[in-house]
Design a protein around this ligand. Structure first.
Ligand code: GLC
Length: 422
């Protein structure tokens, strides 16, 4: 079953890629200069099922400016690697519009791979304020926010209600319930995304921020991670594995595996993006109707989520920049943003959708999510973000597997980040 699906997916990707090449062939014959013509849109391959029909809508109403979707691997790190390889090809690059993770904007802009955009062409004023920041570099707009994201704590409402407990607001409560309540119900305590990849950077940054620490300051040129708060944040994750209320298996989880564990009824608490709430509430989930979502807790009060999501950027070598900008305006228009939520289960960037009573009825976590996005903190900003993230993942994973104390881990991370920042 797995094999067949993987093979089918491979074939689909191949088809999409081939279609892309055919599209280029056609483009080469068109007169450059008018800025309009067919395009490719490259995006990470996860959670994109809703995009095909959306782009078909565009393609039928924009003859001669058709978009070909190029789906890259699911994991943020692998998508990053493929985009960078493509963009380094300069004029030979295949990708015109890129759906980039919010924290890649600085790196791609500083490298000259994406072009500054004319802010007047996009409805930036209608977006939740923090998302616009992620799309700027050096005071200029280099991308347009498309999807936002904030981590939430999903919990088993049925179990906590049976125990007469409210959902946890602090790490102390979370640890206590994960350690004592979860085993009584045959459940693992707490999980997030702890495999060494971008997801672990997110979880580690959230732990550090929630404890009041930071990782880098001054646009990446100053290392601030060697602090008591960072030790406390990393200590929370390390203690969980050591004491067993974070199951060891969670050290191999990305978003999907952790969501599966929760919806199979194997976990009391899960840190994940809101799409996991939708998945765990859907038909086929063993916990449908029995879950809740609250903001991430911190040591003694509310914690801090990292700001996730993606921005749409235009490659410096995009062959039809005017069409690219028009496509981005379409993807950030109200009707499309609504579908990003209703069909894609992804958090839109348009602020008014979070206050729409019909949508709140269908997606009850929207008010909590809105608060979490407004209070979320960006990941360290750096033109060398990819290296920063690799260092965080490696060090925190070593600490969580018990190879290093939180104190030693934070010192080592500070040294490694110093070398990168220099
Ligand atoms: C989600 C977030 C993205 C983050 C990634 C980590 O896709 O939207 O910002 O980098 O998860 O796995």
């Amino acid at each position: 079953m797995r094999w067949t699906r993987a093979a089918g997916r491979g074939l689909l990707v191949l088809l999409v890629v081939l279609t892309g090449y055919v599209a280029f062939g056609t483009r080469a014959q068109e007169g450059p200069g008018d800025g309009r013509g067919p395009l490719t849109l490259a995006t990470a391959g996860d959670l994109t099922g809703y995009l095909g029909p959306l782009l078909e809508g565009w393609n039928t109403t924009h003859p001669g400016e058709g978009v070909t979707l190029v789906e890259l691997p699911d994991s943020a790190d692998e998508t990053h690697a493929q985009m960078v390889t493509d963009l380094r090809g300069g004029e030979r690059s295949r990708f015109d519009v890129l759906n980039i993770d919010v924290n890649w904007t600085s790196e791609f802009a500083a490298a000259g791979w994406i072009r500054p955009l004319d802010a007047d062409r996009f409805p930036l004023g209608t977006f939740l304020p923090p998302v616009v920041d992620t799309a700027t570099y050096d005071g200029r707009l280099y991308a347009v926010p498309y999807v936002t994201n904030a981590g939430l704590l999903l919990y088993r409402k049925d179990v906590l209600e049976e125990e007469g407990l409210p959902p946890p607001r602090t790490w102390t409560e979370l640890e206590r319930y994960a350690e004592t309540v979860a085993p009584r119900h045959g459940l693992g305590g707490y999980a997030g995304q702890f495999l060494p990849y971008e997801g672990l950077t997110v979880n580690a940054a959230e732990a550090v921020y929630s404890a009041g620490g930071t990782i880098l300051g001054d646009e990446g040129s100053r290392v601030t991670v060697d602090s008591a708060a960072a030790r406390e944040g990393i200590g929370f994750l390390v203690r969980g594995v050591r004491e067993g209320w974070i199951p060891r298996e969670a050290l191999t989880y990305k978003e999907e595996e952790s969501k599966q564990a929760f919806q199979d009824g194997r976990l009391l608490f899960l840190r994940n993006w809101p799409y996991a709430y939708v998945g765990a509430s859907a038909e086929g989930s063993r916990v449908a109707g029995r879950i809740g979502a609250v903001p991430l807790p911190g040591p003694e009060g509310p914690g801090t989520s990292v700001l996730g999501g993606s921005n749409l950027a235009v490659s410096t070598h995009a062959r039809h920049p005017d069409t690219a900008a028009r496509l981005i305006a379409y993807l950030t228009s109200e009707p499309v943003q609504r579908q990003v939520l209703t069909r894609g289960a992804l958090p839109p960037v348009r602020a008014d959708l979070y206050e729409n009573p019909d949508l709140i009825r269908e997606f009850p976590y929207l008010p909590t999510l809105r608060e979490s996005v407004l209070a979320a903190a960006p990941r360290p900003r750096s033109p060398r973000y990819d290296q920063v993230s690799l260092a965080v993942q490696a060090v925190v994973h070593d600490a969580m597997t018990g190879h290093q104390t939180p104190e030693a881990a934070v010192r080592r991370l500070a040294r490694e980040l110093d070398a990168i920042a220099r």
